[in-house]
Design a protein around this ligand. Sequence first.
Ligand code: ADP
Length: 899
Amino acid sequence: MTEATGIVGEFLALKEETDADLLAMQCGDFYEFFDEDAETVADELDLKVSQKSSHGSSYPMAGVPVDDLTPYLTALVERGYRVAVADQHETEDGHERAITRVVTPGTLIETTDDDAQYLAAVVREGDGYGVAAADVTTGQFFVTSVGGEDSEGALLTELYKFDPAEVLPGPDVRADEALLDRIRERTTATLTLHAAESFAPGRARHRVREQFGDDTTESVGIDDDEAAIRAAGAVLAYVEETGQGALASVTRLQTYSGSDHVELDATTQRNLELTETMQGDRSGSLFATIDHTVTSAGGRLLSQWLVRPRRSRRELKRRQSAVAALTEAAMAREELREVLSGAYDLERLASRAASGSADAGDLLRVAETLALLPRAAEVIDGRDQLAESPLSEIVAGADRESAADLAAELDEALTDDPPGTVTQGGLFRRGYDDELDEIIEQHEAAREWIETLDQREKGRHGITHLQVDRNKTDGYYIQVGKSEADDVPDEYEPIKTLKNSERFTIPELEEKEREILRLEEQRGDLEYDLFQTLRERVADRATLLQDVGRALAELDALGSLATHAVRNDWTRPELVEGRDLDIRQGRHPVVEQTTSFVPNDLAMDDDRRFLIVTGPNMSGKSTYMRQAALITLLAQIGSFVPAESARVGLVDGIFTRVGALDELAQGRSTFMVEMQELSNILHSATDDSLVILDEVGRGTATYDGISIAWAATEYIHNQVRAKTLFATHYHELTGLADHLERVANVHVAADESDGDVTFLRTVREGPTDRSYGIHVADLAGVPDPVVDRSRDVLERLREEKAIEAKGGGSGEPVQAVFDLSSGSFQHGAAGDEGQATADERATADGGDAAEVGADGATLDPAAEAVLDQLQDLDVNETPPVELMATVQEWQAELDGDDD
Ligand code: ADP
C-alpha cells in the first residue's frame, strides 16, 4: 500500500497517536471510520462500507451522522472496544482535527445497562494487592487492599464482586501472565495496559489528594495503604485522560475492610447462585428471585447487598426493623413503592450533569426525582410504624429542603417538553431570564408581522389569491395566483414561477426574515449559555443528588425485601451471638418458588457444629445445605428468611465446595479444582465461618477419596472448628459421629416400596442405612446374582471393614481378604502360590484387585470383571442412558461366559 495522504492519511496519523482500538474521525456532518476500523465497525454494527479513494489507493470507509454518534459509540464500547473520537474544529484557515476523548468500557457515561459499571485498577504491593473501583456512571469509588495467605484468591474475589467492565493492571501485575489469565477467566473485563507512571506512589497520592482533598486518605484510614492509594490514583488518572469529564461526579472515596463484611469467595458466590446461576443465567439466581425493586438504582443496591453481606449487628438490625415495619404497613408500603416507581436514576443523572452530557430532559428528570423525596417522606411520616422505624432516618439522611428547592428551580426554568438538543432554544420558560424574554418577544413580534402580512397585502392591493409561506430554498415568499400575477405592485420582486402561481418577495419581508434568523441564533446561543449554567448548578449539587438517589435506592431495596417476605411468608430471623443456626421449617428461597417444597429443620450450635448429611442421590442433600447457607446469607443482608423461625449466629465467612461442573467444561481437572477449593476452605475458614461441603474426594479413587474426606472432617472439627455441613456418599464417615464430639449425622429420608424409591425430602437425625447405588443397579436390571453379591460385598465392607475374595465357582470359603485399613489383600487361608499374583494386582485403592482362587488362578473372569466394574461405577455421575448401555454390556459379558 502506498502511503496514504489526504483525509485517510490524516486518519491514519491520528490513529497512531492513540492506543484505542478504533478511531471515529469527524468529517463535516459525519464521523468516519476508515481502513480496518471501517470493516470492524461495519461488522459489529451492520453499517455499510463504501470505498474512499485517496491518491490511487482505495480504502474502506464507514460513517455515522454526527448527531447519531452516541448510540453507535455506546454499542461499540459495550462490545468491549475502546474508541477514540477526533472532533473537527474550525480555524481561520479551514479546520483542524484532534482526538478529544477516548470512550472505554469502564468510562462510558451513556451506558444502556442498568448494572453498575466498574473501572478497576489492580496493583501488587509486597505480598498483597491494592484494588480501586470506580463507577463513573454513578460516582461510586471504592478502594481496598487485600492480603493474607491466598492474596491472589482474595484479589480475584474482589474483582468477581465488582465484575468490572475494564481492568487496569499495574506494572507488576501486568508482568504476571498467569495472573492476567486468571483475571480474564474470572471477569468479562477488557484489560487495558495504562501508562505505568500513573501507578507510581507519589503521583498516585497527589492525584487522590487533588480529587478528594488533602485529608481524605487519612480520614478514611488508607493513608498508610500504599497499594490502595496507587490503585486509586491510577483509576483517577485514567478517567481523566479519557477526556470525557467523567471525574466530576466522583466526589466520595469509600473504603471497606473485611472486618464488617462476610467473606464470600468467588467460588461460593457462584455456587450459591447469588446473581447468576452456575450456567450463567440471571433468571433462577437468588437476586432474580427476591428482586422486586422498582428502580434500577434500587436493583443495583440490592445486588450489592447480596454479594457483600454484613457482620455488623447494628446495621443488620436497622435493615431488619425497616423491613419489618414495611411488612406490617401494607398500604403504606405499596404507596411508597408507587412513589418510588416514578424515580429516575439520580446517581447516573448526577454523573451526566457533571460530565456535561445531560440535556434538558435529563434535568427535568432530576427535578422530578428530587421531588419524590418529600413525597416518600410524607408516606413514611404518615404511618406510625414507618415513622418510628429506621426508614425515617433514611429519608432524613438526604437534605429534603435542598432537594425540593433544586427541583423547584429546575421546574421553574425548563419547559415541560423541552427539545432533545440544547443548542436550538425552546428550553426555557418565559420569565426565567429577562434578556431571553426580550429576544422571544421580538421574535414573536417578527413572526406575527409575517403571519399577518397576507391580510395586509390582500387589503392593500386588492389581490384575493395571496399567501405568505416559507420553504428551505426560497425562504419566506409571497405567493400570488397566476390570474392575478400581473396585478402585483412594482415593489414585488419575482423569485420563482410555478405552474399556477408566481412567488415574490419584498424588501420588508427580507428584512424580517433576516431579523428572525438573527433572533433565533441569539436565542439559541443565549439558551445554551443559560442551560450550561443551569447544568453546572446541578453538577455542583452532585452530592445532594447522590444522597437523594441513595436514600430512594435504599427505600426501594428495603421495600423489595419486605414485599418478597410478605408474598412468600418469610420470617424475621433472630440474630444471635455464638454459633447457633437453628432453623424451623426452613425452605430454599429459590427452589420454593417452583416446587411444592417440603420444609426442614436444622439445628446446629456450639456442641453440634459439624453435620454429616447422607441420603440417596437426588434426595435433597445439596438443597438442604444451600438452604442453610442462603438463610444465613439473607439474615446477614438484613432480610427476612424462608422459615417458620430462625436463630442465626452471625458468621464471618461462607465457604462452599460443590460439584465443579463448569470447571469440567473448561477442561480443568475436576479433582485438582476440588482440592484447591478444599485447600482454600481449610486455610481461610475460622470458627465463626459456615462451611458447606457437597461431596469431597469424589474425583479420585474410592480409598483416596474416603481418606481425604475423613482427614478433612477431623481437621475442620478439631482445628478450624467452623460450622459445617458435609454431604457425602461415603457412608463410612457417618461413623465419625461416635468419635468426634461435635459431629452429628442427619440424613434425607427416602421411602422404598414396590421397588421404587420415593424421596420424602425430610431430613432426619442419624445416618442413612442403605446403599441406594446398588438399589439403582437392581432397578436397572443388573442380574440378581450380581446385585446380591454386591450387597454382600458392601455389607462386609461396612461391618468388617474388610472384604474377602470369594473362591471358585462353587463359592468355597475365604481365600484372600482385602483389608480396608491396609488397602491391600491379606492372605489368610490362601495358598502361597496365590500370594504373588494377588500382591501384584492389588493396588492401594483396591479398584484393580482381582479375585483370587485357592489355586491362585483368576476365577470366573467375566463375572469378576463385571463385579469390578460395578464397584468402580459411579452411579451418581453416570447418565442413565450410559448406565443402561453399561448394564447391557455386562449382561452380554455374563451371557458370553455362560456359553
Ligand atoms: P442431592 O444433593 O441429594 O443429590 P438435590 O439437593 O440436588 O439432591 O435435590 C434433588 C432435587 O430435589 C432437586 O430438583 C430439588 O429441587 C428437589 N428438592 C430438594 N429438596 C427438596 C425439598 N425439601 N422439597 C421439595 N423438593 C426438593
